[in-house]
Design a protein around this ligand. Sequence first.
Ligand code: HEC
Length: 291
Amino acid sequence: MRQENASRRGIGLAFVTALALALTASGRPMLAETGQGSNLFEQPKPPRQEWTFNGFFGRYDQAQLQRGFQVYREVCSNCHSLKLVAFRNLADPGGPGFSEAQVKALAAKYQIKDGPNDAGDIFERPGRPSDYFPWNFPNEQAARTALGAVPPDMSLLAKARSYERGFPLFLIDPIIQYQEQGPDYIYAILNGYTNDKDPNWNEYMPGHKIAMPMPLSDGAVDYEDGSPKAVQQYAKDVAAFLMWAAEPKLEERKRLGFGVLIFLSIYALLFFAAKNKIWSRPEAHVDLDTQ
Ligand code: HEC
């Protein structure tokens, strides 16, 4: 009898471990260090926003990603690079859903450095879908000289910027699949210019000093789908777009994570049924008792 209990406990333990592993795997990947960890503690926490990509069944809102891209292209890209995103990614499944033709036309609007050619020269040519977004600045030094600080590349910004949510939330977050700290933070920064006298004061920037003056203003981006042309809407849309840029496979990962959970649950039930069957054979009891 003791052995039976032990094996039941063993299986229970294995299941809980597997479940925990599955939750971790389907939850956020390890968050990158911000390098400002201790500072972040003194900041007010960015308020949590509603996102369509929240939770187990979260998905990106295609129209929102398209608007967010428009904000990136017309405003943020003047200073920030997006080095890891290629034009063709805008047509990938689970993304903003632009057509191949739209992507081609968009890419052609950019001039891309290429070469050297046969004569040994670097030259410029119109962009192709396979090219990556070029940066407005030739190098970081030029950007720092012009702007007072280097604007961080935006490809991974939504994943790289995070903050401590503290106990017990950091235990609960993987379970409720809270992984929107990045977009919450970006949204908060864009709405954090609350000191009228100092354009470089930001409530949510670590240390409150930010080299970037408020980049958005009402009406600055001309939406075509009737969404409000207002700072809060721009901020929300661009934060969602940057989340997609940092994690283009989010939908696939969530689907997979959920599938793994279902699989493990069924597996555990089968395991349990098999165990009951094996241990209920009368011979087994006899064997046990005589040993
Ligand atoms: C005029 C140039 C400029 C524009 C336009 C601009 N930024 Fe910035 N941004 C910067 C600079 C410079 C920094 C670095 C600030 C610092 O380190 O103090 C920065 C930093 C940031 C940060 C990071 C704060 C951190 O935690 O380090 C975020 C988020 C950000 N920008 C978002 C945006 C978004 C979104 C847009 C478009 C709506 C945008 N920026 C447009 C120049 C710009």
